[in-house]
Design a protein around this ligand. Structure first.
Ligand SMILES: *[C@@H]1O[C@H](CO)[C@@H](O)[C@H](O)[C@H]1NC(C)=O
Ligand SMILES: *[C@@H]1O[C@H](CO)[C@@H](O)[C@H](O)[C@H]1NC(C)=O
Ligand SMILES: *[C@@H]1O[C@H](CO)[C@@H](O)[C@H](O)[C@H]1NC(C)=O
Ligand SMILES: *[C@@H]1O[C@H](CO)[C@@H](O)[C@H](O)[C@H]1NC(C)=O
Length: 323
């Protein structure tokens, strides 16, 4: 009898030690209490390292409150499969660390829980479709292969545009081929993003394929900033901060997912009717909405969800400066 008691006690001790180790693993994602202040009548908060600037957005849920590591695994379940090209590169921690820079500015923290989750699904919709190695009959379906690349595999050129030699000169030997979660191409884009993130990407574009946190940071920066002054960012168009002008309405540009594609890709994807390039991005978005438990029925009507009939903000004939 006594022996048995002792064994049970021992077992309990072992279980609690395992519990402790498990807890330590998650220590870096544990949040300290929120700091709350009222500034000029607006409630402002700081939420530990994840939302670490006094901001109204930090009073809401933060991304780790509604997206955990298991869900991230579910969304990008095949990214480390044998056919993938960036095995071991992308992970939950790098996404959360990158997002921490932008949560005080509203990334994944705007609106209520549903809008917040929809924004992350939308952002991932772009990321997943741009980094997928899925194809029609792939195991698990073609949409399960997001984050399977972190760079262009066989670049046909170095993407050095001499027009920008004064602002963003190419570094001899550096190659500005596609890299990242929303792939960056060209010296002027590496230059502009490097400037914004205070990273020397003109000399070291390879950082983006070596460091997943930087790769996600660059992608979230692109999502949070307009291509051109006076235009909305994908974030503003998606969460409804942006109010369309009469010209926008005539051009069929409405707040929502469709317009985020217009901003990021213009006539490469939008205003072309019902094309695969557009449908693939939309399919990824709806797939992530389902997996996150929001449900694709929350994606909204056709004219909000796609950009088949939209006129591009920046037609290719007149390219945006740093786009
Ligand atoms: C954190 O905790 C969850 C469950 O509570 C677990 O699945 C996960 O592996 C832990 N570790 C990290 C690093 O997230
Ligand atoms: C915080 O969430 C609430 C709903 O939960 C929402 O009404 C409010 O607009 C959000 N705050 C910000 C700054 O987006
Ligand atoms: C990756 O980039 C982040 C953000 O710039 C930085 O904090 C981190 O130290 C980098 N990791 C490595 C291994 O260089
Ligand atoms: C209206 O949109 C068209 C193309 O969609 C553009 O060429 C024009 O400059 C816009 N006008 C204004 C006032 O923004």
């Amino acid at each position: 009898m006594e022996m048995r008691m002792r064994m049970i006690l021992c077992l309990l001790v072992i279980i609690s030690i395992i519990g402790c180790v498990h807890g330590d693993e998650n220590e870096s994602f544990r949040k300290r209490p929120t700091i709350v202040k009222t500034v000029k009548g607006t409630k402002m908060c700081v939420k530990d390292w994840e939302c670490n600037k006094l901001s109204k957005f930090c009073c809401n849920l933060t991304i780790t409150d509604y997206l955990d590591t298991d869900q991230f695994e579910l969304l990008f379940t095949k990214r480390n499969s044998p056919v993938a090209h960036a095995v071991g590169f992308w992970d939950y921690g790098s996404f959360i660390r990158a997002a921490a820079l932008y949560q005080p500015l509203g990334f994944g923290t705007t609106g209520g829980k549903k809008m917040q989750m929809k924004e992350i699904a939308a952002f991932f919709g772009h990321v997943g479709s741009k980094t997928s190695c899925g194809y029609g009959v792939a195991t698990g379906g073609p949409l399960a292969y997001g984050l399977c690349y972190n760079k262009e595999m066989s670049p046909s050129q170095d993407y050095c545009d001499d027009y920008f030699k004064l602002t963003y000169p190419c570094t001899p030997g550096a190659r500005y081929y596609g890299r990242g979660a929303l792939p960056i191409y060209w010296n002027y884009n590496y230059g502009a993003i490097g400037e914004a993130l205070k990273l020397n990407l003109l000399d070291h574009p390879e950082y983006i394929e070596q460091n997943a946190t930087m790769a996600f940071q660059a992608a979230i920066w692109r999502w949070m900033n307009p291509m051109k002054k006076g235009q909305p960012s994908a974030h503003d168009a998606f969460v409804g901060n942006w109010k369309p002008t009469k010209n926008d309405t005539l051009s069929k540009r409405l707040p929502g997912f469709g317009t985020t594609m217009n901003i990021l890709y213009g006539d490469g994807v939008c205003g072309q009717g019902d094309v695969d390039a557009m449908n693939n991005i939309v399919s990824h978005y709806m797939y992530y909405l389902d997996l996150m438990g929001v449900g694709r029925e929350e994606a909204g009507p056709h004219e909000v969800l796609n950009c088949a009939e939209q006129k591009p903000f920046n037609p290719t004939a007149a390219p945006a400066a740093a786009s």
